[in-house]
Design a protein around this ligand. Sequence first.
Ligand SMILES: *Cc1c(COP(=O)(O)O)cnc(C)c1O
Length: 399
Amino acid sequence: MVNNTTVSEISPIMATYSRFPVTLVKGKGSYVWDDQGKQYLDFTSGIATCNLGHVPDVVKEKLEEQLQNLWHCTNLYHIPNQEKLAGLLTANSCGDQVFFCNSGAEANEAAIKLARRYANKVKGKASSEVVTFQQSFHGRTLATLTATAQEKIQNGFFPLMPGFSYLPYNDFESLEVLNTKKPAAVLLELVQGEGGVIPANQEWVQKLAQICKENDILLMVDEIQTGMGRTGTLFAYQQFGIEPDVISLAKGLGSGFPIGAIIAKEEAAKGFEPGSHGSTFGGNPLATAAGSATVTHLVESGVLENAKEMAAYLDLQLKSLKDKFPIIKDIRGKGLLKGMVVEMNAIEVVQKAIANHLLILTAGPNVIRILPPLTVTKEEINELIDKLEQTFQSMEKGE
Ligand SMILES: *Cc1c(COP(=O)(O)O)cnc(C)c1O
């Protein structure tokens, strides 16, 4: 073998993540295993992606079936799985038409493009501006990081995309500006995930929806993290008494197979016509096999009921843990998207938890984010509480 490369200390992977010292090679349900055979309770669900647990049989079977037949074809032809998934999504939401892509950022890109084109072409409106909210997270592409009103995400990427402005989240008074500004759309999360597991105030959301309606502003909800049953209903908006014009989805939509989508109401969907947007991979036969198996299971099995029951149980257990450890300041969130506010660096808790074979996440500097699969059991929640208790105890002892 000719060896003309020099041995390098540099990782072949770009340094965009600081990774925990764990290498995962297998998963089933709420558990994952590392390359040493160690088992972990996984309450990250791949960041709200493996909502049916790891390697769910119902999705695996449909993927295996599709693997035998056709992996990919261009969107210039009809794709039955895509039509099936779009039908499932529109039948189970307030939306009428779906566009498929491959990720969350791409879904929000599609939403932003739809809003601009709807304003420009359909409405002939003066403003194509999109209003988002402080502490939001909408993705890492240039447009979606501009939509993401967090300095740490935007830093170093100037100039940002024009046509965005920001309002404070859950603030009633500042909504008035929308009456004069009349932007093309507002885009918001109903629970800010990355921003610290901060649920939206229901009355505030309803007021926002009302102002949007009165001023012909598209109401776009980013359900990339809150969707696919994460908060106890298929979509979080269903608990807020509103009907968004556009819903963006990704994470839990394919149970881990990469897929994103927007669902739009018929009127908003007029913003696109043949040629105005597209994606090579978006909604391909494999991705939509995973998606339609996932959504079928979400709506037909009792998994949403389980998610609701387990969310109530988890809430109770976390609150009694809070009573034991003064370091825990608050428990918040919706459904199985839970945040635990701690009076310390949350990442330290996450690191210590790994030693106790527990995987959890952070959401900002002092919030621990807990995302069990919707299939979680009481026993697994008890195991979480035991492991968290051990973790906090050892931290109290300064270990
Ligand atoms: C994860 C996430 C995104 C970005 O999704 P990617 O698939 O990483 O591009 C956008 N919005 C929200 C609310 C998210 O949680």
